[in-house]
Design a protein around this ligand. Structure first.
Ligand code: CO
Length: 662
């Protein structure tokens, strides 16, 4: 009788897919001992979004969570998800950080690390795999599953052989979008088992389209050894198929399933109660538990489709949906068939929308797409269309070799910088992974975790941008009030927007004008110099203008003498709207002048030029934020900046005047 093993995902993927990872430790602690008796091959409990959400929303130290689970589940292998060289985010980290992260994950209790790369570039996996093996843990080499003319069985088998030579202990097929059908599953599993019969094969999929049970069954028939499932109350929809259902079906078909049914019943009863609570609070949307076959029709993942629709709605361009849907596969082909998973799915979707709205393909290109075309994300599955690459990059050089090779070691340096703020090496790693979020967490921890209102309907955390986000040294510790409208500072400095706009912590409400959500420790850039500051809401009448730009105005803080910022007397805590002159609207261009207009609707994210500055064609003048992407608007000609209409934080429409060049 062939044995089929189960990996239980309720604490990580099911938690992440259904309730935006909002399950606090205290809520699931009572069931851990039962889970430990259930006979799972492994329990996926950590990694993915759990880390970020613990720090950002749950006032939990993710490392401590892991240690507590370890203590309560001594008999079950604990598993985590790791995005190779990206660890838990989307940017590349230097090798020393990847190694430290793996080392401490294992030290704190992880047995199995599932290591994947969105582009399936094995160079992005090798360091994490190597360190996992060195630490004596189980490295599960993972294929990010997608379909395209270049994602052939042969190529997947080649990748699997590469993974084997790197020393992995198992192979995992990770169908993150739930698009793998039963035939594809059978064929791929059979091919992999044929190529590396000695390595256990794990299959991970999602129920989104309703295929998962069939996909798993055919995987098992083709030789898969382990399937990922979630206990029934947290199964289905965007989560995994139900543990009990597959155990039942596989036993009926004559497979050996060594799960403890009594423990499963207890777990199901327990998680029914948890589910009821999250339904009541609105965090669990019943829709996410339903079957959605739309992505089978469109051949793009459900999450990406809803993203596309919401982008078009935001721009009042829903009439362009069909065009955008037709453009999406073309963009994907142009870009060398990246898998449609985060973050490449958002990049492809946004680019398709931009191509349609701008009326010219690749006229407007986001920063992330540029980085992707340079090779910062890794090797693309197929070559990028050379003509399009040229149009996007101009003369920008390509990344040679592995991007992480160009990164300086970071761990020891950061540790030194943090000093006593970091209580442990784990703290240092939390900080490197999510600087602003971790710093706010450390501060809260110091203060004994003051009560915070958890929003009723919590949104998924915004994915960290691909851009490097190294918080600079705290050169100046002080206090900043943000003004509701642009407030010129009496010390002659220009107040600039708060840096989290540009880093991983992007309080969405701040940009939108509702500034409930922007207190914390941030980096503020004043005249090009970074300052670490705490920010809190200034008193004053509510801002009448919803999209009023936000300016950081250092005030009254006892600034050390050495600080390059004069502690300006507060321009009245939050200058009243009337008191703060808005920048004069730029004059319409005269003859011989060039108007630089917004290529699309969005928010002004950064203004990178000053009046009087001479610029060259191609220099970036303004950065827009549209559709979660940064869009650079460059000077079309050489010239001098005559006037600037763009105000950071304000919204603009297509063809709104941004800058006049003379
Ligand atoms: Co998943």
């Amino acid at each position: 009788m062939r044995k089929v093993n189960f990996t239980e995902t309720v604490l990580r993927d099911a938690n992440q897919s259904l309730i935006a990872t909002r399950l606090p430790y205290s809520k699931f602690e009572p069931i851990l001992e039962t889970m430990d008796k259930a006979g799972f091959y492994s329990a996926e409990v950590w990694g993915g979004a759990t880390f970020d959400v613990c720090l950002r929303y749950l006032q939990e130290d993710p490392w401590e969570r892991l240690r507590k689970i370890r203590a309560k589940m001594p008999n079950t292998k604990l598993q985590m998800l790791l995005r190779g060289q990206n660890i838990l985010g989307y940017k590349h980290y230097p090798d020393d950080v990847v190694r430290k992260f793996v080392e401490y994950s294992v030290k704190n209790g992880i047995d199995i690390i599932r290591i994947f790369d969105a582009l399936n570039d094995v160079r992005n996996l090798e360091v994490a795999i190597d360190e996992t093996v060195k630490q004596g843990a189980h490295a599960s080499g993972t294929i990010s599953y997608t379909t395209s003319p270049v994602h052939t069985l042969e190529n997947y088998v080649k990748m699997v052989k590469d993974l084997k030579s790197m020393g992995v202990s198992s192979i995992c097929i990770k169908d993150m979008a739930g698009i793998m059908g039963p035939k594809e599953s059978y064929d791929l599993c059979a091919a992999i088992k044929d190529a590396v019969p000695e390595l256990p094969l794990v299959v991970h999929t999602h129920c989104t389209t309703g295929l998962a049970f069939m996909t798993d069954l055919k995987a098992v028939e083709a030789g898969a050894d382990v399937i990922d499932t979630a206990i029934s109350p947290f199964s289905g929809g965007t989560s995994q198929p139900a543990t009990e259902t597959l155990a039942y079906a596989l036993r009926q078909l004559g497979y050996q399933v060594d799960l403890n049914d009594k423990a499963l019943i207890e777990m199901a009863d327990f998680f029914k109660g948890v589910r009821a609570d999250f339904l009541k609070s609105g965090t669990l949307d019943p829709i996410s538990m339903a079957t959605d076959t739309q992505c089978l029709n469109y051949q793009i993942p459900g999450g990406m489709l809803s993203n596309l629709i919401s982008q078009l709605k935001m721009m009042n361009a829903m009439d362009k949906l069909d065009e955008a849907l037709a453009e999406t596969p073309k963009v994907r082909k142009d870009l060398g068939y990246p898998p449609l998973v985060t973050p490449t799915s958002q990049m492809v979707g946004s680019q398709a929308v931009q191509n349609v709205l701008a009326g010219e393909r690749y006229k407007v290109v986001g920063k992330e797409i540029k980085a992707y075309c340079r090779g910062e994300y890794g090797r693309t599955p197929a070559p990028i269309d050379p003509a399009i690459q040229k149009k996007i990059l101009g003369d920008t050089p390509l990344v040679e070799g592995r991007f992480a090779d160009s990164l300086e070691p970071e761990f020891e340096k950061t540790k030194k910088e943090l000093g006593a703020t970091a209580k442990s090496d784990e703290d240092v790693l939390s900080y490197i992974a999510f600087p602003q979020v971790a710093m706010a967490f450390f501060k809260d921890r110091e203060a004994g975790f003051p009560k915070k209102e958890e929003p009723k309907k919590a949104a998924a955390p915004a994915p960290a941008p691909a851009k490097a986000e190294t918080a600079p040294l705290p050169a100046w510790q002080g206090h900043v009030y943000y003004a509701r409208v642009p407030a010129p500072m009496s010390n002659g400095y220009t107040a600039r927007p708060i840096e989290p706009f540009a880093a991983s912590y992007q309080p969405p409400h701040l940009v939108m004008g509702n500034r409930e959500d922007c207190s914390g420790v941030f980096t503020v850039t004043i005249d090009g110099k970074p300052f670490q500051v705490s920010v809190e809401r200034a008193d004053g009448p509510a801002a009448p203008v919803a999209a009023a730009p936000v300016a950081a105005a250092p005030v009254a803080a006892p600034a050390p003498a050495a600080a390059p910022v004069a502690a300006a007397p507060a321009p009245a805590p939050a200058a009243a709207p009337a008191a703060a002159p808005a920048p004069a609207p730029a004059a319409a261009p005269a003859a011989g002048e060039t108007a630089v207009k917004s290529p699309m609707p969005g928010n002004i994210f950064k203004v990178e030029c000053q009046v009087g500055q001479s610029v060259k064609a191609g220099d970036v003048l303004v950065v827009l934020e549209a559709m979660k992407m940064e869009i650079e608007v460059s000077a079309p000609v050489d010239g001098t900046v005559k006037s600037i209409s763009a105000v950071v934080g304000s919204t603009v429409n297509t063809d709104d005047l941004l800058v006049v060049l003379g």
